[in-house]
Write a protein that binds this ligand. Structure first.
Ligand SMILES: Nc1ncnc2c1ncn2[C@@H]1O[C@H](COP(=O)(O)OP(=O)(O)O)[C@@H](O)[C@H]1O
Ligand SMILES: [Mg+2]
Length: 351
């Protein structure tokens, strides 16, 4: 309430505020003097001793002076507040302009930069397939570098694009009922070439039949991201990545478990912040933006779910996604599916 009054006063023009303060100063002084005068009349009627009357009037004048000084000081403070408010408004305006320029720049980066990369990526793939003639080993080796760098660049651009959308609250979901196993299968397919290069084995313990209400492409993006991270941190030729599902109450939890280098406990809480990268000695020597998990978190939270990590250094990491089940899906009707999943989880512990 008081803040509201101050804010309304701050919005007034300087002349109006001066007038208000002048009225308060003058009005206050008159009221005080009048009160003390009336006290004096009262004293006269009661025939009180004369010097006491002067004293009372003196105190009245003293209080008026204090009142005038206080009003003046408050006016000065108001001046300062008004000045600060004008500065903040100006800075806000400038920030808005900078933000607009940033948005335009990101839009340019994500759209205009994407376009020339498409032919680079597709021609490199055609070249390595030797569609334009035979290549020697050295040329193939260099082409592989071009292809993987182009992929990294495309991923980075799409991460920045998603980040920008998330910032603007424009990451819209296209919800549909999707089989979890289908999401996992398609995600594995996407990363299969990379996994094969690093000799990673997948253990998909999810079974068809469990449907959740999600944006299929966004969920594939999340699971692909988590699997890609896992691939990066498991030992070459010894990596095992396991996908498993659990049903509890009205939630489905999908875990992506790896036997990689693990994450130190004190760093787990920062993992899902934007631009989070663990120190270079711990990142498998790869180039990264640190945006992947942040984007996963935004997408999962938009679905009303949760994402977190459990990890032990040297043993591996388990990335977990928990999503509310589709309201239309009655868990009782899925008792069969639930049993299957529980069996899967028991098996997974034996592996
Ligand atoms: N499965 C994992 N095992 C070990 N470290 C991981 C794993 N997943 C993520 N991390 C750590 O979290 C950091 C952030 O991951 P992410 O947000 O996907 O960004 P990026 O992959 O671009 O580095 C990674 O740099 C890595 O250090
Ligand atoms: Mg990543």
């Amino acid at each position: 309430m008081t803040l509201h009054i101050i804010d309304t006063l701050l919005q007034l023009q300087s002349q109006k505020i001066n007038l208000i303060f002048f009225i308060v100063m003058l009005g206050g002084s008159i009221i005080i003097l009048l009160s003390f005068y009336l006290i004096n009349i009262d004293s006269l009627v009661n025939d009180t001793f004369l010097p006491v009357k002067y004293k009372v009037m003196g105190i009245g004048i003293f209080i008026v002076i204090v009142h005038i000084l206080l009003t003046y000081v408050v006016r000065l403070i108001f001046n300062k507040l008004q000045h600060a408010k004008t500065m903040i408004c100006k800075q806000n305006e400038e920030l808005r302009k900078i933000d607009k320029a940033k948005s335009e720049f990101i839009a340019m980066v994500t759209h205009d930069l994407k376009t020339p990369i498409v032919p680079i990526a597709s021609y490199s793939r055609m070249l390595i397939q030797e569609r334009f003639g035979e290549l020697n080993d050295k040329q193939k080796e260099k082409l592989k570098v071009i292809i993987s760098s182009t992929e990294s660049l495309q991923n980075l651009i799409s991460d920045i694009h998603d980040l920008h959308k998330a910032d603007l609250d424009k990451l819209k979901l296209n919800l549909e009922s999707v089989d979890v196993n289908e999401i996992v299968r398609q995600s594995i397919e996407t990363v299969l070439p990379l996994a094969n290069r690093r000799g990673v084995i997948f253990e998909d313990l999810t079974t068809p039949g469990l449907e959740i209400n999600v944006d299929k492409q966004r969920m594939i993006q999340v699971v692909t991201n988590l699997i890609k991270n896992a691939i990066d941190f498991v030992p070459v030729e010894e990596g095992v990545i396991r996908m498993e599902c659990q049903l509890q109450d009205n939630n489905m939890t999908l875990s992506i478990v790896d036997n990689g280098i693990g994450i130190p406990k004190e760093k787990i809480s920062n993992l899902f912040n934007r631009f989070c990268q663990l120190d270079s000695s711990n990142n498998g020597g790869r180039s990264s933006s640190g945006l992947g998990l942040y984007i996963c978190k935004v997408i999962i939270e938009q679905h009303g779910g949760k994402i977190w990590a459990e990890s032990e250094v040297g043993k591996g990491t388990s990335m977990k996604i928990s999503l509310p089940m589709t309201p239309s899906i009655d868990l009782a009707d899925h008792s069969q599916t639930k049993k299957q999943f529980e069996v899967c989880n028991t098996e997974s512990q034996l592996i």
